[in-house]
Each structure stands twice: as structure tokens, then as C-alpha cells.
Design a protein around this ligand. Structure first.
Ligand SMILES: Cc1cc2nc3c(=O)[nH]c(=O)nc-3n(C[C@H](O)[C@H](O)[C@H](O)COP(=O)(O)O)c2cc1C
Length: 367
């Protein structure tokens, strides 16, 4: 469905992407990574971005084909950049013992470490390169120079995630086209990649965006805590060229997440989010639930990503089938209580209202 258009503000990042508005669907891998949501955001004049981190190359290509069947507008794809190599098994046995009681409660076989921990990143990247999408964004690291060059040679707009100023500078050095500044409010995994000090890299959007805008000569996309017109307006005032909105899209009609997830987001429980490693082995923000609370003792010792993620997969799948949100990773940001169960077009209309304050000191581009 196309919603009525109003004149778009001058914005070179939006122009470069051929989208009407500098409003992006934040990439969200997992349950939310479905074609209808991505296509609906693009159809409403924003940039839909598919979080394909957990997809096999075949599924990634099939989902891209499905998006193309739903929209002729530009969209992007996002991957987790993971260095290849051995994954440490430190902490696996202790974690398995801890998970056993939840498996028993869910009536499933005791936890085992699957043979396949993660998708093959190189193969995923080949799929992205072959698909000819408008934008590619990434998190957890930086793609090789060869991949960045190939993407750019194909006309793809390349955007990297930074959680600190140092990371933004590093991304600029690697030749990306735009930096996504992910504030500490953001839902889902932290993109932090230059430091093991995840706590030190928990910088709020309000503090991070202007610092990144000052530090790099690239367009900055603000992510984290933006859920309505006020957030959009604030992000632009801080120097962002565009916004990346995740959590607020999760509860829309077109979002493919479960009803239990949507109800949690629009209910009072979403006032309490926290950052945890116990679901995946990498810090991520989600609605606090029983698993997060009971597993607090494992925050430090849980195996690193993707090992812990693979270990908790069966539990999460069973919890999803059985409608047990207390064992699900309900990734959501601190703005989750602003969630509404509305259509994508309605949410886009709300967000677009934040673009119309043209008297604000806008972006480096607009200055
Ligand atoms: C359910 C969920 C899944 C996410 N998955 C990804 C992902 O696959 N890749 C990525 O770069 N960021 C991911 N993120 C982070 C978002 O792209 C973005 O930084 C965040 O949603 C912005 O904050 P907000 O949730 O407050 O809007 C995810 C966030 C959520 C809520």
C-alpha cells in the first residue's frame, strides 16, 4: 500500500538511496526478518532493511525475491560480520547444565551444541553481492576491503554500525558510505567491534550521534530509542542525516513477530529492558524476563557468540511454539513502551512528522 506523499526534505543520503524519506527500518535478524515488513517500509517511502544474519544464502535470496514481489522500491540487506575460525567451547558444559532445567520444563531433549553454530558469512556475502540490492549494512565488525570494494563497485550504498566514535572513524577509514551510530538505548545486539569493553561502549544516542557527526565526514544514521516524531526530530537536531528505527516497527501489523512478542512490547513489561549475554553470548538489549533474571550468574561465563546462541536455540524455538515468552529473547530497545499496534504506513506517517521541522540545525549535509 502506498501512503500519500509529502515533499521530502533535501537529504543527500535519501537521494543517493532513491528513497523519499531518510527513515530506515533497522535491520532485525530472526523472527522479524520477513519480507512483508521490509517491503511495507520501502513502499511507505522509507528504506526497508532485511536483517539476514541468521539466513542461509538460499533463504536470503528467496526472501529478497519475495521482497521484490512486494515492492519495486529500494531496500537493503544486513549481515553480521564474523571473523572465521574456531569458536571457543569455554563455558559450554556449565551452560548446558544450566539450560537443562528449562529444557525439562519445556518437555524437550536435554541441550546439545549443534554441529552448525552459524551461517557461512562468506556465502551470505556472495548472495548479497549477486542480488544487487540498494544498500548493505553490517554489524559486529568490518567486511574485508575486497567485499566493500565489490559492493561499492556494484552501486550498493554501504553502511556500517558504530557504537563509539573510534568505531565510526574506523568505518570511515574502511570506505563505507554512511555510519549507523547505535546508541545504548537500542534494542538487539550491540554492534561494538573495536573493544571488549562493551560497558564502556554503552553510549546513549543523545551523546553518540553529535560526536560521530563531528568526527566523520560521512552521513550519520541515528539508531536507538527513536520511536516517534520527537525522536526523529531530536536525531536530526543532533546531526543525523537519517534514522534507523527497530523496536517501534516490531509491533506493527506487518511485522512477522509472534503475537506474544507484540503483546509484551505494547504492555507494561516493556518498561523493563536490560542488556544480557545469556541468550547469545553477545550483549543485547531485550525485555527482561525470567530467563534473563534467573541466568544472571552466567552473564560473564556464558560462552561467546555464536556458541551460546546455538546452545539456547532449541529452548527458544520450543518456547516460541509453546507461547512461553519467559524463555524468549525479546529484543527491544528502551523506547519499547512507545510501541503501538498500528500499520507500517501509520508509523511512517508519525515518524515523517519529525522531518518537517526544517528550522532545526539539520545535518552536516544540510548546513
Ligand atoms: C529484534 C531486533 C533484532 C535486531 N537484529 C539486528 C541485526 O540483525 N543486525 C543489526 O545490525 N542490528 C540489529 N538490531 C539492532 C537494530 O538494527 C537497531 O540498532 C536498533 O533496533 C535501534 O534501536 P531501537 O530498537 O530503539 O529502534 C536488532 C534489533 C532488534 C530490536
Amino acid at each position: 500500500m502506498h501512503c500519500p506523499r509529502r515533499p521530502a526534505m533535501p537529504n543527500t543520503l535519501a537521494q543517493r538511496l532513491h528513497v523519499d524519506y531518510p527513515i530506515f527500518l533497522a535491520p532485525m535478524a530472526g523472527e522479524a526478518a520477513k519480507a512483508p515488513l521490509v517491503a511495507a517500509v520501502s513502499n511507505a517511502g522509507g528504506l526497508g532493511v532485511l536483517g539476514a544474519g541468521y539466513m542461509s544464502p538460499d533463504r536470503l535470496l528467496a526472501t529478497i525475491a519475495e521482497i521484490r514481489s512486494l515492492t519495486s522500491r529500494p531496500f537493503g540487506v544486513n549481515l553480521f560480520v564474523m571473523a572465521p575460525g574456531e569458536r571457543s567451547s569455554a563455558g559450554v558444559d556449565t551452560m548446558r547444565q544450566a539450560l537443562a532445567r528449562y529444557h525439562a520444563e519445556l518437555g524437550i531433549a536435554p541441550p546439545t551444541l549443534p554441529a552448525s553454530l552459524e551461517e557461512n558469512y562468506e556465502a551470505q556475502m556472495e548472495a548479497v553481492l549477486s542480488a544487487g540490492v540498494a544498500a548493505f549494512s553490517f554489524t559486529f565488525g568490518v567486511p574485508s576491503a575486497q567485499h566493500i570494494d565489490a559492493l561499492k563497485a556494484g552501486g550498493v550504498c554501504v553502511m556500517g554500525t558504530a557504537t563509539t566514535v573510534d568505531e565510526a572513524i574506523e568505518l570511515e577509514r574502511h570506505g563505507v558510505d554512511a555510519v549507523v551510530a547505535q546508541g545504548a538505548e537500542a534494542g538487539g545486539h550491540r554492534g561494538t567491534f573495536l573493544t571488549d569493553d562493551f560497558q564502556g561502549a554503552m553510549i546513549g544516542t543523545m551523546a553518540l550521534v553529535p560526536q560521530v557527526a563531528d568526527a566523520v565526514r560521512l552521513p550519520v544514521v541515528a539508531a536507538g530509542g527513536i520511536a516517534d516524531r520527537r525522536g526523529v526530530r531530536a536525531a536530526l537536531a543532533l546531526g543525523a542525516s537519517a534514522v534507523s528505527v527497530g523496536t517501534a516497527f516490531l509491533s506493527t501489523i506487518e511485522s512477522g513477530v509472534s503475537d506474544a512478542y507484540k503483546l509484551t512490547l505494547t504492555g507494561p513489561a516493556s518498561r523493563h529492558t536490560g542488556v544480557t549475554r545469556v541468550f547469545s553470548g553477545r550483549p543485547a538489549r531485550g525485555v527482561r524476563n525470567r530467563f534473563m533474571d534467573e541466568m544472571r550468574a552466567f552473564e560473564v561465563s556464558a560462552p561467546a557468540y555464536p556458541v551460546a546462541n546455538a546452545l539456547t536455540r532449541d529452548m527458544r524455538a520450543a518456547a516460541s511454539r509453546q507461547g512461553r515468552p519467559e524463555f524468549l529473547s525479546l529484543w527491544a530497545g528502551q523506547s519499547a513502551p512507545l510501541s503501538r499496534n498500528c500499520s507500517v504506513a501509520q508509523l511512517m506517517e508519525e515518524l515523517r512528522e519529525g522531518l518537517s521541522q526544517s528550522d532545526l540545525p539539520l545535518t552536516r549535509e544540510a548546513r
